[in-house]
Every structure is written in structure tokens, then in C-alpha cells.
Design a protein around this ligand. Structure first.
Ligand code: IPM
Ligand code: MN
Length: 370
């Protein structure tokens, strides 16, 4: 049985409770002889700050570098609103992305038929939706320099962020999108704001050239990011794979996630470059949702996005697509049976706790292997 080294970083808020359900799912797989996980735990975000004044320690970073995959919960909360900017909870996540060079963020938005009524959009618009947002994750305005507030000396200050993209960054994220599209609906929509941004002009140019050179068989469209936001809520099923920069990807993926009924449903994968020699890549898996401090510790959180993140790890890091399919089917079956956590209650008359949802998925998963 294959053994995989996981670093679990539960983080803050609901992070630890949903991570417990990942441990439960992993235990089932190991019990069934499907995969064995060597798991270590670390601190990130506010909990790391409380422990040692940093949003992630160097020793936990070393564990992350050594792991086959990092499984990340969520960070942040009002408790840390006043901590210095450099050690704010989000800085831990950004350091992981940057230091592990996780440039490709895959954010699927899938609407399970059982949940179509939980969406704020009409059932026919979202039912069976299956799109993949490919967000560039280590460049753009998130990391561009200069990034500062300067004092102009006349009673005014100036805040500066820098949007910057080099050819190679656009090419490698474009390649991820085209390759994914070939395994799905064979269509890529590339999005930028080339009508106002030079980085958008370059983005468009590089994607067009890459397509002509290597991916002529894939259908390619371009949409300005504002127009894409509008189309996502108008008729989202027109999309297959969307590729876009770090900031637009952040915003568009929240929209896409909410189409499916709840942020509590969607996992994501952040991937580095494949090492040609070992065939391995650095990776981190996290739910799209945040730390939801308002419901933390109450057993209300939906663990599905977190469990789905383990499924994505099996698919994208461990070559176990079949096992990932089985976890996703267990989730779909539990939803079809009517079980609901509070965030996806819809018209349901009762809801289950985080633990009960995790237990139900574990039971379905055992059945899938029986
Ligand atoms: C996300 C989050 C992060 C981001 C925050 C927590 C830094 O919103 O993963 O989408 O902006 O990338
Ligand atoms: Mn976000």
C-alpha cells in the first residue's frame, strides 16, 4: 500500500474541526488498505502567531517542503485584526504559496443536483455546473514590488501595489489550463483587463501565442474580467476552464463557488511545477471557504470542501483518481440522501453537525470499497 506524507495545517476558526473530518476520511482509506498517510500537524495563521509570533514558523515551513502534500484548513479572524501586517494570519498562507512555488491554483465549481436549490440562482442555471477556474497564484499584484505605503510629506500618503507578469509566468499557467481542458470540455476562457492594463495586454498576447504553438486542438476564448464576472452569474454553463491572474482569480472564484450553493462545498488545489526527474510536484490543498470565526467551535461547519481537498490530493498529487472519484461519489450520495449541514440547509427540515456529516461520508466511502 502506498504511503503518503501529509502535513496538516488546520489553522484558525473552523479549520481544526473540518480537519478532524479529513483525518477521519484518511483513517478509512488506510483501514481499507487503499492508501496510508503519515500525518504531521503544524500551526499556521493566528494560531501560529499566538504560539510563536509568526504566521508560520520556519520549522513548519521545512515540514511543508518535505511533505508529499500540505492539507490546509483556513486562517484569520477578528482576534488577530490588530497584529502587525507582516505576521497577519494570511501571511502564513501567502508564504506557503510563494516558498513552495505553488503557481497553479485549481478551483473547481461543481453544483451537485441535490444542492441546486441552495444556490441563489435558479436551478436551471446552476444544476450540474462543472467549471474549473485556474488561478495564477504566485505573481501579479499579490507579490509585485514595490508594495508599500509612502509618506508624501504634504499630509498625504500613497499606497502602492504592483501588478506584474513575465512571459514565463503566463505561459506556465496557460499550459496548466490547456492541459486540463483537454481532459474536460476542451475549452479555455482566458480573462484579463487588456483594455486598461499592460499586464493584461501581455497576458492576452502570450496565451494567444501558446495556443497557436501547442494547443490548437483546444477551443480558446477571451473575456475581459468584468464581463466574465457578469457572464458567470448570467449563464455559467458556457464555461469549461477559465484561466486568469491572481487577483481576478481570487474574485471570480468566489463568485463561481457561490453559484454552487455554498462556499462550504468547494476544495482547491495549489500546484507547483512537476519535477521532471521524480514526477513529483509540491502541492497544497485547501477549501475555498475561510475560517468562519462566527460559527467556529459550534459543530456547524460543513466539512465537505475540506474532505474534497483530500480527494483532490489523491487525484493531483498521488495519481489515485479512482479513490478521489470514490470520495466525491460518497459526498454526492450523502447529499442525495438529504443530509445537510446548516450552510446548505435550503428547504431541509433538519441539519447535521460537522462530525455527523464526516461520519456519513466515511460510511458511504466504506460502501464504495465493499
Ligand atoms: C483565497 C483567500 C486568500 C487570497 C487570502 C486568505 C489571502 O481569499 O485563497 O482566495 O486572497 O488568495
Ligand atoms: Mn479568496
Amino acid at each position: 500500500m502506498a504511503t503518503y506524507k501529509l502535513l496538516l495545517l488546520p489553522g484558525d476558526g473552523i479549520g481544526p474541526e473540518v480537519m478532524t473530518e479529513v483525518e477521519k476520511t484518511a483513517a478509512v482509506l488506510s483501514d481499507l488498505g487503499v492508501a496510508h498517510f503519515e500525518m504531521e500537524k503544524g500551526l499556521v495563521g493566528g494560531s501560529a502567531y499566538d504560539a510563536h509570533g509568526q504566521s508560520i514558523s520556519d520549522s513548519d515551513m521545512a515540514l511543508a517542503q518535505a511533505a508529499d502534500a500540505v492539507i490546509f484548513g483556513a486562517v484569520g479572524g477578528p482576534k488577530w485584526d490588530a497584529v502587525p501586517y507582516d505576521v497577519r494570519p494570511e501571511a502564513g498562507l501567502l508564504r506557503l504559496r510563494k516558498d513552495l512555488a505553488l503557481f497553479a491554483n485549481l478551483r473547481p465549481a461543481i453544483c451537485y443536483p441535490a444542492l441546486a436549490d441552495a444556490s441563489s440562482l435558479k436551478r436551471e442555471i446552476v444544476e450540474n455546473l462543472d467549471i474549473m477556474i485556474v488561478r495564477e497564484l504566485t505573481g501579479g499584484v499579490y507579490f509585485g514590488e514595490p508594495k508599500q505605503i509612502i509618506d508624501l510629506g504634504n499630509g498625504q500618503k500613497r499606497g502602492i501595489d504592483t501588478q506584474v507578469y513575465d512571459t514565463y509566468e503566463i505561459e506556465r499557467i496557460g499550459r496548466v489550463a490547456f492541459e486540463l481542458a483537454r481532459k474536460r470540455g476542451n475549452k479555455v476562457t482566458s480573462s484579463e483587463k487588456r483594455n486598461v492594463m499592460k499586464s493584461g495586454v501581455l497576458w492576452h498576447e502570450v496565451i494567444v501565442a501558446l495556443h497557436a504553438r501547442e494547443f490548437k486542438d483546444v477551443q480558446l476564448e477571451h473575456q475581459l474580467a468584468d464581463s466574465l464576472a457578469m457572464q458567470l452569474v448570467r449563464w455559467p454553463k458556457q464555461f469549461d476552464v477559465i484561466v486568469t491572474d491572481n487577483l481576478f482569480g481570487d474574485i471570480l472564484s468566489d463568485i463561481a463557488a457561490m453559484l454552487t450553493g455554498s462556499l462550504g462545498m468547494l476544495p482547491s488545489a495549489s500546484l507547483g511545477e512537476m519535477d521532471a526527474k521524480t514526477g513529483k510536484r509540491k502541492s497544497l490543498y485547501e477549501p475555498v471557504h475561510g475560517s468562519a470565526p462566527d460559527i467556529a467551535g459550534k459543530g456547524l461547519a460543513n466539512p465537505i470542501a475540506m474532505i474534497g481537498s483530500l480527494a483532490m490530493a489523491l487525484r493531483y498529487s498521488f495519481g489515485q483518481g479512482d479513490t478521489a472519484d470514490k470520495i466525491e461519489k460518497a459526498i454526492a450520495d450523502v447529499l442525495a440522501s438529504g443530509l445537510r449541514t446548516a450552510d446548505i440547509k435550503g428547504n431541509a427540515t433538519s441539519t447535521v453537525s460537522t462530525t455527523q456529516m464526516g461520519d456519513a461520508i466515511a460510511t458511504e466511502l466504506r460502501k464504495a470499497f465493499a
